[in-house]
Design a protein around this ligand. Structure first.
Ligand SMILES: *Cc1c(COP(=O)(O)O)cnc(C)c1O
Length: 391
């Protein structure tokens, strides 16, 4: 396969079929398998019986993957992950009387609180800044202090830093207090175990282009059917209305508006590969190994990770920017890209940092190659002092 734009030929060949393009070491879009990409070389009609069957299969598979029983439904929403987040917040969070508690420790928690504010839904935030872990006790005491909190929103893996939050412990505290528990498992679902029903998670959102290793184009909400039924007429938005979207899918297996057919067919294949490769456990293990190799190699070179080893999940790793005046992130990024790896700038508000994703169709070979490339680039930039810049 050739690309239209002139590309740099990387020293480490890119993924099969696109050897002239870098591996995406980012938390989505990410590098997908060639077989997933190949499914997109067909134009499906959205009303075709086979296409509708694919959509039905995807919805069923996602319910199963989240360990939900028959009391749960899967609603697919066109658009990136944030579309499902806004759909879920707008469909299920109260607009008066009670409020939603957002447990935030990064950009995605902040974004959920912003959405609630924008759509006029009362919201309270536990703000842990960039990367600190919220404790179960904090959430419990916030709930005890304010009986007006009816819903809690929390992020599983906060992709801002890569920290994995203890959603199960918090679930217990939330359920003991009889509140609704909603989780953004966008960047973890399919790689970290999620037992929605047993944990007491009422709502979960994720998207096509993260750990299932599909391509961007849609997101999905798993939710208890009684909540979905009760949400009729509640959403602030016509397109994001999950009840209406669900009724459409149930009535004739079709979307209300044009579905991203290619992305859905690719995701169907990605789900098959996910299962063939050993499901959540195997995917989680591959990512964990990627993360381990990367962290060890970077620490050996002298880099410092933002998070402690017990906090960093297998999804994305944050490294602090070295204080060496020769270190220039733009040059670092471009030189790595020329060698076949696209990394990710930091999103922390306080400490200068950059991130390297450890998810997608990548393995230990890719991780070892990126470490070698990083060593080369540091020598090329004449960077020797890897002690982090002061906060
Ligand atoms: C990727 C991601 C999202 C969604 O972002 P989009 O750019 O809308 O796809 C939401 N939450 C988390 C934790 C994420 O990692």
């Amino acid at each position: 396969m050739t690309t239209t734009a002139p590309r740099i030929i990387p020293t480490f060949k890119g993924p099969a079929g696109q050897e002239d393009m870098p591996y995406l070491l980012t938390p989505g879009p990410l590098t997908t398998s060639r077989s997933v990409k190949l499914t997109m070389l067909a134009d499906w009609g959205s009303r075709d019986i086979e296409f509708r069957q694919i959509v039905a299969d995807i919805r069923k598979a996602l319910v199963k993957l989240a360990n939900c029983g028959p009391a749960y439904e899967c609603v697919i929403m066109q658009g990136s992950g944030t579309f499902a987040i806004e759909a879920a917040l707008g469909s299920f969070c109260p607009s008066s009387g009670t409020k939603t508690l957002v447990v935030a420790n990064g950009a995605y928690g902040d974004r959920a609180a912003n959405i609630l504010e924008r759509i006029g839904r009362p919201c309270l935030k536990i703000d842990k800044g960039d990367s600190a872990a919220p404790s179960t006790e904090e959430v419990a005491s916030a709930l005890d202090a304010d009986p007006g909190i009816s819903h809690v929103w929390m992020i599983h893996c906060e992709t801002t830093s890569g920290i994995v939050n203890r959603i199960d412990d918090v679930a217990k505290a939330v359920k003991e207090r009889g509140r609704v528990y909603m989780v953004d498992a966008m960047s973890s679902f399919g790689a970290l175990p999620l037992d929605m029903e047993a944990s007491g998670i009422d709502v979960m959102v994720s998207s096509s282009n993260k750990c299932i290793e599909g391509v961007p184009g849609f997101s999905y909400v798993l939710v208890r059917r009684d909540m979905l039924e009760a949400s009729k007429g509640k959403c602030h938005s016509l397109v994001l209305d999950l009840f209406d979207q669900w009724r459409g899918l149930e009535a004739n297996g079709q979307f209300r508006f044009t579905p991203p057919t290619h992305a859905l067919v690719a995701f169907h294949q990605a789900l098959k590969e996910h299962e063939q490769q050993g499901g959540v456990a195997a995917r989680g293990n591959r990512y964990a190994r990627n993360a381990q190799i990367l962290i060890k190699g970077m620490q050996d070179m002298g880099f410092t990770t933002l998070l402690g080893d017990d906090e960093a999940g297998p999804i994305i790793q944050t490294f602090l920017t070295p204080r060496d005046p020769n270190f220039d992130f733009e040059q670092f990024y471009e030189s790595l890209r020329a060698r076949g790896f696209a990394i990710y700038p930091g999103k922390l508000t306080k400490r200068p940092s950059f991130r390297i994703g450890t998810i997608g169709q990548i393995d230990d070979k890719v991780m070892n190659a990126v470490l070698e490339a990083i060593g080369d680039v540091l020598r090329e930039m004449k960077v020797t002092d890897l002690v982090p810049l002061e906060a």
